[in-house]
Write a protein that binds this ligand. Structure first.
Ligand code: NAD
Length: 476
């Protein structure tokens, strides 16, 4: 719960923006133009459910249209409100600029507890919400392209895509109206895991820079680092899974709504996820200690803290008790403006949301491109690539035999070398490249300018500078 004297989420984003633009040379007019949210549409609609009409309130906010379409997820939660949607839309503008996806920023939300409705009811509600947005071009392949966020996933995106197609029967690009769809209706391999995968790639890139790692009072690579994750939903689950299974991290705690599981030896993420899916909570999981006051576990001893649930969880009330030397903001806005100041003074290094969770929008961009080009990535070149590799392997083996050189290529090498890139491999490669390039661009600003105190300010400067350049090119 935020303290009374804390700014709201949107005010926090604006304060972070202001802190960055003070270090930039922007005209006050342009600065104001970039900061403000262009528009927020509020809709109230009724759906007949369980014998009576239920009224729902939804929002779609467009922060900046310096590039179109605008892009941003749709969130389902009871806490959704205009302030939150506008803050998230602003973050989308900066995030898209930072990872060079050609979009403006948007966000949507519906005030609803998705767990209170069954699947058929949720479909009716989603289709009706989508209808309201589609008829105002607030869902449109060329103007506004939503994606999943908290409380929504592939299922909801499939309903939205179908609703758009029903209302725009001759639009050949209809599938590009929304991303995060299941693959059988135009989605892309690797989108479901993308945000968590991006968190992993972000951390890998951070650990490639020993100078930055030392600033977090850490050393070495990600292996053996003790990690606490808050939220085992789409983002938190995939991040925890990849970091533990592929990078040797030890997940020492997972925090969910009903409490936290703690184990110094490390939690089996897959088993915890199954328990959560089966029981709706973490309580009762064997082989780890359950702590009912989950929030207190944010303050536990660890190397890396990954808040991956929701905004405002590290605030003025607990920031000085946070012990993690490195925080990766997998959620949007998990650290308030006030907490950010406290943590920085303590020497904590924060990998900011606009970079850390940009994997989702990056792969959404690939999905949108796939939908517009109407062809799966890798379809044209995969077998050609394999044929060229085969040519080389055959020639090396022929040379070895003819000249009695005694070379043998290992089966593992041949296997990997002879496998052409399919869609998933290409998506991961594109995501990895994006995360590395984006981190390098922000750390360059961080290190080159002594007045830039941290990665967040550097990320804002990098993003705002790119948005400003686009506006200037438009004559503003
Ligand atoms: P999700 O709904 O799949 O998962 C959220 C998880 O957090 C759930 O398991 C929920 O039970 C848990 N949770 C909710 N409130 C909590 C609390 N107070 N304490 C502990 N756990 C709590 O949502 P998601 O898509 O994983 O999104 C999580 C965060 O990541 C959000 O801030 C979202 O904006 C951000 N994000 C998501 C994506 C994406 O592609 N899904 C992309 C970028 C950023």
């Amino acid at each position: 719960m935020l303290a009374m004297n804390e700014p709201s989420f949107r005010e926090s984003v604006d304060l972070m923006f202001n802190r960055a633009v003070r270090l930039m040379d922007l005209s006050p007019g342009l600065e104001q133009k970039i900061r403000v949210c262009n528009s927020t549409y509020t809709v109230r609609f009724g759906v007949r459910l369980r014998g009576k009409i239920e009224t729902f309130t939804g929002y779609r906010s467009v922060h900046s249209e310096h590039m179109e379409p605008v892009k941003g997820g749709i969130r389902y939660a009871l806490s959704v409100n205009q302030d939150e949607v506008e803050a998230l839309a602003a973050l989308m503008t900066y995030k898209c600029a930072l990872v060079e996806t050609p979009f403006g920023g948007s966000k949507g939300g519906l005030c609803i507890d998705p767990r209170a409705w069954d699947e058929h009811e949720l479909e009716q509600i989603t289709r009706r919400f989508a209808y309201e947005l589609i008829k105002r071009d607030l869902i449109h392949p060329a103007q506004n392209v939503p994606a999943p966020d908290m409380g929504t996933g592939e299922r909801e995106m499939a309903w939205i895509a179908d609703q758009y197609a029903r209302m725009n029967t001759t639009d050949i690009n209809a599938k590009a109206c929304v991303t995060g769809k299941p693959t059988h209706v135009g989605g892309i391999q690797g989108r479901l895991e993308a945000t968590g995968r991006g968190v992993q790639y972000a951390l890998r890139e951070f650990f490639r820079h020993p100078e930055d790692v030392a600033k977090a009072q850490l050393s070495g690579g990600p292996e053996d680092k003790r990690v606490v994750v808050q939220g085992l939903g789409n983002v938190g689950y995939h991040a925890a899974k990849f970091l533990s299974q592929e990078d040797g991290c030890i997940i020492t705690a997972i925090i969910e709504r009903d409490g936290a599981l703690v184990s110094d030896a490390g939690l089996d993420v897959e088993a915890v996820k199954q328990h959560l899916a089966a029981t709706g909570g973490l309580k009762g999981f064997a082989g780890a200690d359950f702590i009912a006051d989950g929030k207190s576990v944010l303050e536990g001893d660890c190397d890396i803290l990954i808040p991956a649930a929701m905004e405002g969880v590290i605030h003025l009330g607990n920031a000085d008790r946070i012990r993690a030397p490195l925080i990766v903001e997998a959620a949007n806005g998990p650290i308030t403006y006030g907490a950010d100041e406290i943590l920085r003074k303590k020497g904590c290094i924060i990998i900011p949301d606009m970079f850390a969770n940009a994997g989702g929008v990056t792969v959404s961009y690939f999905e949108w491109v796939k939908n517009l080009s109407h062809i799966r990535f890798g379809r044209m070149q995969r077998r050609a690539e394999e044929a060229r590799s085969r040519l080389l392997v055959d020639e090396l083996e022929r040379l070895s035999a003819d000249q009695a050189l005694g070379w043998t290529l290992t089966a593992d090498f041949k296997d990997r070398f002879l496998t052409g890139s399919d869609e998933l491999a290409l998506v991961r490669s594109g995501l990895d490249d994006t995360m590395r390039t984006a981190y390098q661009s922000i750390r360059e600003v961080w290190h080159a300018r002594p007045e830039v105190p941290d990665l967040r300010v550097a990320a804002y400067i990098t993003a705002i500078d790119r948005v400003a350049k686009t506006y200037r090119s438009k004559g503003l």
